[in-house]
Design a protein around this ligand. Structure first.
Ligand code: GLA
Length: 429
């Protein structure tokens, strides 16, 4: 199994040239942070409850080219967003939610909030940052706000660039916590650590398994990739991403935080019922046996959230077995079941995303499909037999355009479905 095919030399060169132009320096002085997007085949919506999640990166993502500035100034430009972002690393950053609404809505330059958030996180954890950067950031075309965790990929890119510029050597584990500060404390999203763990820990050719309670992780090789025959035979796979055309930002959608609050309320009721009130109100502290026993104390929607948590944890464990033995058929069935539980028990998603999910499950060669990310917008993912990936892509494109012609037309020509491969971890080149 070779390395990830992304980024290509041409992509790296394009980013380096932009930074060289911006800073008046040689292309050879430009460093580049490579920060891939992630997918989560199994373990959706349970990271914030201390569950066990599985993840991988893909061969697409964020590139941030940068050089050191001569002082504390940060100057950033983007391939996707207009306007320059400028601030100084010696300015003390405040959480974005503390700023007046007016200020939040004005200017650019909201895209600069992740860079400021990265500085905020480093300052908050006591790191001394005194060197700024001149940087150009660019994401793989059309994939921002797509449920591939572009926000965590961007946050991590800025963290790694600022750390590198300030000669700080910070472990992936600490960077997971720093990115959590950006998302939770700076941006006010109550999400877990799935995204940044996937981006910082994944390795090409492995499934990343993360226990979000203990923070222990492992990388799991599939016997299929080692060339051993699984019970369903050796099948090479590709990853399909199918885009709904819905692209509003997760941090601006109240649905996500509202579900997290419901999970916490379910956890609190279960924990109180077991007499262990002092525990953290997260579902990982509630006993799954109690969720049946005390169902009467959980209001219907809360018991559904608990059902999703406990059943999804089981699917992750079963999925690891299927992945390890190279049984993609079983792995895929679990992914589709996870998608169904997200719809029926977690009650996330929306009509177009559910239609896309259903189309994917019927496409030729698809082992399994689910929403990518939180499910409120963006794309669905599927694992597909490599030999049938093109047929599956045409099928999905055709069927989705029939059901949602307007949304499908908002996705750039020929990009309703992308065929991807696994990627590697975030790093500075
Ligand atoms: C978003 C969040 C993650 C996780 C997923 C759903 O990507 O940022 O923390 O909860 O949704 O699994």
């Amino acid at each position: 199994m070779g390395a990830s095919s992304w980024p290509s030399p041409a992509e790296l060169c394009a980013v380096k040239k932009k930074v060289a132009e911006m800073s008046g320096t040689e292309v050879g002085n430009v460093r580049v942070v490579v920060s891939p997007y992630r997918i989560c085949p199994l373990g959706a919506h349970i990271d914030h409850q201390g569950g066990i999640v599985s993840a991988m990166t893909i061969n697409k993502g964020i590139l941030l080219g940068f050089v050191l500035s001569t002082d504390t100034q940060v100057l950033l430009r983007s391939g996707q967003f207009k306007g320059d972002v400028k601030f100084r690393v010696d300015e003390e950053q405040q959480p974005r939610n503390c700023k007046p609404v007016q200020e939040k809505r004005s200017s650019d330059s909201d895209w600069g909030c992740y860079a400021r958030g990265a500085l905020y996180a480093l300052q908050k954890k006591g790191y001394h940052i005194n060197k700024g950067i001149v940087g150009f950031i660019s994401g793989s075309e059309g994939l921002d706000s797509s449920g591939l965790s572009s926000s965590a990929a961007v946050g991590i890119a800025y963290l790694l660039a600022l750390e590198n510029a300030n000669s700080l050597s910070i472990s992936p584990t600490e960077n997971i916590e720093l990115d959590k500060v950006i998302e939770n404390a700076y941006l006010g999203l109550r999400n877990g650590i799935l995204d940044q763990s996937a981006i910082l820990l994944s390795k090409h050719g492995y499934l990343t398994l993360m226990n979000c309670k203990t923070k222990e992780h492992s990388l799991i090789r599939s016997s299929m990739l080692l060339g051993h025959k699984g019970s369903e035979g050796v099948k090479e796979h590709k990853i399909l991403l199918a885009f709904s055309g819905i692209r509003h930002c997760l941090k601006d959608n109240p649905g996500y935080n509202c579900r997290v609050a419901e999970c916490q309320e379910a956890a609190r009721l279960l924990i109180n019922a077991s007499g262990a009130e002092s525990l953290d109100p997260r579902l990982c502290e509630g006993l799954s046996s109690l969720s049946c026993l005390f169902q009467h104390i959980l209001m219907t929607n809360l018991s559904k959230r608990a059902e999703h948590y406990f059943s999804e944890n089981k699917r992750v464990i079963q999925g690891v077995k299927a992945w390890t033995s190279g049984n993609l058929v079983e792995f895929g069935k679990l992914i589709t079941a996870s998608g169904l539980s997200s719809i029926q028990n977690y009650e996330c998603g929306c009509e177009p995303m559910i239609q896309l999910y259903e189309i994917l499950t019927k496409a030729p060669g698809v082992f399994g499909a689910r929403f990518s990310g939180a499910g409120f917008r963006g794309c669905c993912l599927a694992f597909v037999d490599a030999a049938q990936a093109d047929d599956a892509a045409s099928f999905v494109q055709k069927e989705y355009s029939k059901l949602q012609p307007e949304l499908a037309s908002q996705v750039p020509e020929g990009r309703v479905v992308l065929i991807c491969e696994a990627g590697d971890f975030a790093r500075v080149l």
